[in-house]
Design a binder for this molecule. Structure first.
Ligand code: NDP
Ligand code: GDR
Length: 371
């Protein structure tokens, strides 16, 4: 019998990589997608199968984490062996603007799924993975952060995820559900949402090199993150649900880097050396040197500036994970280091903007004003 997985958030970065992984392992994968006024399945379109195929192994259902009856109906119909709850309003800064919605989707949404398992009598059958986050650590209590480091969430997103973390632990202890938290540190990829800082930087570095954009505006350049590759991290999600006992695991690389260093690394991939000057909101980044035979850019050009609108009311300054437990117990080790991650993201963005450059040269390029 083929194993059956249900993924919430299947249209997101992690949902796409996890779907690919589970299909490669022979699973039948069901996913929940939201109704949207535009197509929103770009990241999984390459996995699409004609619904008329007899042996369909990827099946999508309309749904939303804010809708209990919808979730109960889908779980009843799918009878999953494993649920991966990846769906969430996942942007920390946006959660300050939409705190109630974030609490509903990210916090209570997890409760709704756990209740669906309980109400449908699936507590012995269905395992569930909860997408927990290093944002739980928030205000630094100790570093590196491990499974035993106290939480101090610093955003409506992190507070909602803290509820989800503990309700997952509670349903494991109260009802014996195989329910686990993966406490994942930041993970990125060419599929990363365009408004997260890494992808915003790799897109801008590619566009600036091709003169499709003048300047990149950022917020806090000194925040430090433990960045890994999403491809490696979805392997960990899968492994977490294959253990004898349900437990919680930190998934991280153990290396932390400042946002400004990520900027330098991304621009270096297109041959541009960045020099930062000034302080605080007056800090700027200039082109110091351009070694690229492909891209021409004026030396001394100001290409990075600070816009305080990207600062958060409360910031998480430093994240660095201790992956000892996942390394030893799951046998999980990331294949990508930061340099390889930046290379992968830049290669994809450069290729995609080369196509835009052709459109521009042909007079068809329309800049997205809302970026
Ligand atoms: P994305 O933002 O790329 O994807 C989020 C997914 O959730 C999308 O499919 C989105 O749908 C869906 N979604 C949003 N709101 C709802 C809702 N109300 N009901 C159902 N689905 C919804 O996130 P990632 O793939 O990067 O992250 C996956 C999960 O892991 C998230 O829960 C995130 O909070 C968590 N996480 C992420 C980390 C990271 O560094 N990437 C680190 C730690 C945790 P749509 O496409 O329609 O918007
Ligand atoms: P984060 O990711 O908040 O860590 O949450 P993000 O990439 O948004 O920010 C990382 C750090 O960069 C600083 N920063 C900026 N951030 C954005 N988005 N835009 C900017 O212009 C900018 N300039 C500086 C931020 O202040 C922050 O310190 C991600 C999400 O995927 C969560 O869902 C997940 O739980 C955590 O990672 C782990």
């Amino acid at each position: 019998m083929k194993k059956v997985a249900l993924i919430t958030g299947i249209t997101g970065q992690d949902g796409a990589y996890l779907t690919e992984l589970l299909l490669s392992k022979g699973y039948v994968v069901h996913g929940i997608k939201r109704r949207s006024s535009l197509f929103n399945t770009d990241r999984i379109d390459h996995l699409y199968q004609d619904p008329h195929d007899e042996d369909q192994r990827l099946i999508l259902h309309y749904g939303d984490l804010s809708d209990s009856t919808n979730l109960i109906r889908i779980v009843q119909q799918v009878q999953p062996d494993e649920i991966y709850n990846l769906g969430a309003m996942s942007h920390v800064k946006v959660s300050f603007d939409t705190p109630e919605y974030t609490a509903n989707a990210d916090g209570i949404g997890t409760l709704r799924l756990l209740e669906a398992i309980r109400i449908l009598g699936l507590t012995k059958k269905t395992k569930i993975y909860q997408a927990s986050t290093s944002e739980l650590y928030g205000l630094v209590q100790a570093v590196p952060q491990s499974e035993t480091t106290p939480f101090y969430p610093r955003s409506p997103y992190a507070v909602a995820k803290m509820y989800a973390y503990w309700i997952t632990v509670n349903y494991r202890e109260a009802y014996g559900i195989y329910a686990c938290n993966g406490i994942l540190f930041n993970h990125e990829s060419p599929l990363r949402g365009e408004t997260f800082v890494t992808r915003k930087i790799t897109r801008a570095a590619s566009k600036i090199a091709m003169s499709l954009q003048d300047k990149l505006y950022l917020g806090n350049l000194d925040a430090q993150r433990d960045w890994g590759h999403a491809k490696d991290y979805v392997e960990a999600m899968y492994l977490i649900l294959q253990q004898e006992k349900p437990e919680d695991y930190v998934i991280a690389t153990g290396v932390t880097t400042k946002v400004r260093e990520f900027v330098r690394m991304a621009f270096a991939e297109v041959g541009i050396t960045i020099r930062f000057e000034g302080e605080g909101v007056n800090e700027k980044g200039y082109v110091e040197y351009c070694a690229s035979p492909d891209f021409q850019i004026e030396i001394g050009k100001e290409v990075i500036a600070i816009d305080p609108k990207y600062f958060r009311p409360t910031e998480v300054d430093l994240l660095i994970g201790d992956p000892t437990k996942s390394n030893t117990r799951l046998g999980w080790k990331p294949k990508y280091d930061l340099q390889a991650l930046v290379k992968d993201m830049m290669a994809a963005d450069v290729e995609s903007f080369r196509k835009e450059l052709l459109l521009k040269e042909a007079g068809y390029y329309v800049k997205n004003q809302f970026e």
